[in-house]
Design a protein. Structure first.
Length: 349
């Protein structure tokens, strides 16, 4: 069951939660905007659903609300920051902005971040780069939450990868975990009482299943592309830890401080007109998207879309009708806003 909540009401209550936690006015405003925007865009799993967990992590001392990125090293177009276990959203926004500033100077900019916390919705940061006119790439590593191919125990993170192509008629925004379904998405389906449209992992008997709760119980999510997704997850983990000189997923497993505490992140911005004019690059992008739209649909009356195409339509509907929030999550948020800071992360149970 879900409810539709007007944006202004959500903003008031969600911001109050962050203020109750001790965030500054500025950081509370930023975190509120990002969480609401994610849910408004239809990404509830990494929007409002994540707030109770964030509250829990701050209370446990796993997120340092006063932490700020500290420069650890720099060479040309590349900078390395220590996130001081600060708020994942504000740390990541800082690094995305720095990558863009470096790209303005060098044509490409890369910022590697270590010792940070969960950034919530990964697309937030590459979308920001695209809005600034740059192609963006970003990824993160995480604690083990799915099995490597050939294993029946969790042994690698689902390490999401994000990319944005800055097309003037609508950017392409790719944001994908290395599991077929991110664990936050499993929670969305479970809370709604729905089965997955395709098998997303294994149950306790080792059978593929569409039951999100059964997959959450076993932590045996199915890597996208089977062995290919498993290998990609491992490579992304090692690459980001290497580039940031930070922790790998294995190191985070040893620390055992929840989801993405002490993780590493990479932010790369690229000037799309470095070797071509704006007109020719945009014409090429439009030709490619036109071909996508002309691809023959599998069902009569259907259509083929590109990553991110439907987001703006969902956002517009949310602004008109109110933002969809699971009823149980909404009750939790109201309780937190009222000052009752005891919480259970029902979205991940």
């Amino acid at each position: 069951m879900g409810v539709r909540v007007p944006y202004d009401k959500l903003k008031q209550d969600v911001k109050q939660i962050f203020l109750n936690l001790g965030l500054t006015e500025e950081k509370a405003e930023i975190c509120t905007a990002v969480h609401i925007q994610s849910s408004a865009d239809g990404v509830e799993s990494h929007g409002l659903n994540r707030i109770p967990r964030f509250v829990e992590y701050v209370q446990k001392g796993w997120v340092n609300i006063k932490g700020e990125p500290q420069l650890a090293g720099a060479k040309g177009a590349v900078e390395n920051y220590d996130g001081q276990l600060g708020i994942g959203i504000t740390n990541a926004l800082f690094c995305a902005d720095r990558a863009v500033e470096l790209a303005k100077k060098h044509g490409i900019g890369c910022v590697a971040l270590k010792n940070t916390t969960h950034w919530m919705r990964g697309a937030t940061y590459v979308w920001k780069m695209a809005e600034a006119g740059f192609m963006g790439m970003s990824w993160i590593n995480a604690e083990s939450c799915m099995p490597l191919w050939g294993s029946d125990k969790r042994s690698v993170g689902n390490n999401p990868f994000c990319m944005a192509i800055p097309r003037e008629d609508g950017p392409l925004i790719l944001d994908m975990a290395m599991s077929l379904y991110a664990y936050g998405k499993l929670g969305v389906y479970r809370l709604a009482g729905k089965q997955l449209p395709y098998p997303g992992g294994f149950d306790k008997d080792g059978n593929l299943t569409c039951d999100p709760g059964a997959i959450e119980e076993t932590m045996r999510g199915l890597p996208m592309g089977y062995w290919k997704g498993s290998g990609m997850a491992l490579a992304l983990d090692m690459a980001v830890a290497l580039m940031a000189n930070g922790m790998s997923g294995t190191d985070m497993d040893i620390q055992a401080k929840g989801s993405c505490t002490n993780c590493c992140q990479i932010f790369i911005a690229y000037d799309p007109y470095l070797f071509g004019s704006k007109d020719e690059i945009q014409d090429m992008l439009n030709r490619r998207i036109d071909a996508v739209k002309k691809a023959h649909p599998e069902r009569e009356g259907g259509s083929v879309s590109y990553p991110g195409e439907r987001t703006l339509a969902v956002r517009e509907e949310s602004m008109k009708k109110g933002i969809h929030v699971d009823e149980a999550i909404w009750k939790q948020l109201c309780s937190l806003a009222s000052g009752d800071m005891s919480t259970t992360d029902i979205a991940s149970k």
